[in-house]
Design a protein around this ligand. Structure first.
Ligand SMILES: [Zn+2]
Length: 456
């Protein structure tokens, strides 16, 4: 059969499309839903934008493609990644897989290799992968330690500008919170402000802020929020990724103290899962009143939680997504690390992240609202109202999936999905790992050949 998407004209119709409810912004009069709550609609596209959304099977004219009820999603948004760490796993592997060894391996790799060309090559590899899978926007955290921040942010700015119009990028500073008590903290805030980025950091247990007690944490948060306010920057923090940690409450209080409601995002927040229900409820209520956005990162949490070398995990916990959403908190799901010491796998595929998040966090039964976590929720966090949903006037950045129900969306990886970019079929393909040979060779002396690893 001839590929109906091979050469799309400027005006055409996608008839009988099936769009999950949270992903359709403008509902057509008289449209019907299926058992998953997905809308059955016709979509009219003109010069790269959605110009009409109608009840399924009611439109005519133009060049019409009948989708016969297939799922059509907007391109998805990955609001928490680490493009600067990506694809270093070959040259600097994590021997045990633990979070502690991940930090050591990453620091060693960063000091040894993270210069402009290396950063550009790996960030571009990750972005080309995301583009091929149908991702329209990415927020990436960037290791911003003293001696590294200038080079990384310059490489990021260059990458963001090069990708403008293709994939929207935002950068977040990532440092231990203690950094904000040092002279580099203010320097970093200025670097971030010049780039138009987001201020952030990690409240990791044992990074000094906790050892100094909550007073120490509060003081560091006050400094960070003051820097952010002075420069009108949003804040995005790694919070309570460890099973036992307690920074989310203090972050919510700092947000309220500084009048920063609605401008703060916290990733991970796993330790809530271990609290007594009443204690968790109190913190969740505080998070809701502070208007904090939460990002859950379940595939990477499954990889790192309760990992000890040569032992099966006993306890692994994730963000209590259902309870947070019930309290009115905006929650997104995101991919996090990709082929680095913190997560040896990953492919910047948000459809894959969605499928894993649904399974791990039990976002199904009912599943109707789950797609909100990878479309409108991250779009809201990133301030991109035109992306992550299908609506009148939005760009026609679409994914057409060979599935007629949510269980079919869930069951397969859908590597055969059709990606539409600005109304045209995207022919972007995920780059071959062969392209990474040069950087993989740097440290290890290993060369990857097709199907085999050969000691050079
Ligand atoms: Zn992260």
């Amino acid at each position: 059969m001839q590929d109906p998407f091979a050469s799309l004209p400027d005006r055409y119709l996608l008839r009988n499309a099936r769009v999950p409810a949270p992903l359709l912004r403008d509902v057509a009069v008289g449209a019907e839903t299926d058992r998953d709550g997905a809308w059955l609609v016709d979509l009219r596209i003109h010069t790269g934008r959605i110009v009409e959304i109608a009840r399924a099977g009611t439109t005519s004219g133009d060049h019409a493609i009948d989708l016969d009820g297939r799922h059509v999603w907007p391109q998805l948004i990955d609001v928490h990644t680490h493009l600067d760490k990506g694809h270093i796993v070959d040259r600097t592997p994590n021997a045990t897989g633990t979070a502690e060894d991940a930090r050591h391996a990453t620091a060693a790799d960063r000091v040894a290799y993270w210069r402009r060309d290396d950063l550009l090559k790996r960030m571009n590899f990750g972005l080309r992968t995301a583009e091929a899978h149908g991702v329209s926007a990415i927020r990436t955290h960037l290791d911003s330690h003293e001696g590294q921040a200038q080079e990384t942010w310059a490489a990021f700015d260059e990458t963001r500008d090069r990708w403008a119009g293709r994939l929207t990028l935002q950068g977040v500073a990532l440092v231990p919170l203690d950094t904000y008590a040092l002279p580099h903290g203010k320097t970093l805030a200025d670097i971030v402000a010049r780039s138009g980025g987001i201020l952030g950091g990690v409240t990791r247990a044992g990074n000094g802020s906790h050892e100094a007690g909550l007073d120490g944490l509060d003081g560091l948060l006050d400094t960070l929020f003051t820097f952010a306010k002075e420069r009108d920057l949003d804040v995005d923090l790694h919070v309570d990724e460890a099973a036992v940690a307690n920074a989310l409450g203090p972050v919510a209080l700092a947000t309220l103290r500084h009048g920063y409601e609605g401008r703060v995002t916290c990733g991970h927040c796993c330790s809530l899962a271990l609290l007594e229900p009443e204690a968790a409820e109190l913190i969740i209520a505080l998070v809701a009143s502070a208007g904090i956005n939460i990002v859950t990162l379940p595939p990477v949490n499954m990889y790192l939680q309760d990992r000890q070398f040569s032992r099966t995990p006993r306890w692994r916990g994730v963000t209590p997504v259902t309870e947070l959403r019930a309290a009115g908190v905006r929650v997104a799901a995101a991919g996090d690390n990709c082929r680095d010491p913190f997560y040896a796998y990953g492919d910047h595929d948000m459809l894959d992240t969605f499928r894993q998040a649904v399974r791990i966090c039990h976002l199904d039964h009912p599943i109707a609202m789950a797609p909100e976590l990878v479309g409108p929720a991250p779009a809201g966090i990133m301030g991109l109202p035109d992306l992550g949903t299908i609506g009148l006037g939005t760009p026609a950045h679409l994914i057409i999936i060979e599935a007629w129900s949510m269980d079919q969306v869930m069951a397969r990886p859908h590597s055969d999905r059709v990606v539409i970019r600005a109304g045209k079929r995207s022919m972007a393909a995920a780059p071959s790992y062969a392209e990474l040979r040069a950087i993989s060779r740097q440290a290890s002396g290993f060369e990857i050949t097709a199907g085999a690893t050969v000691v050079a």
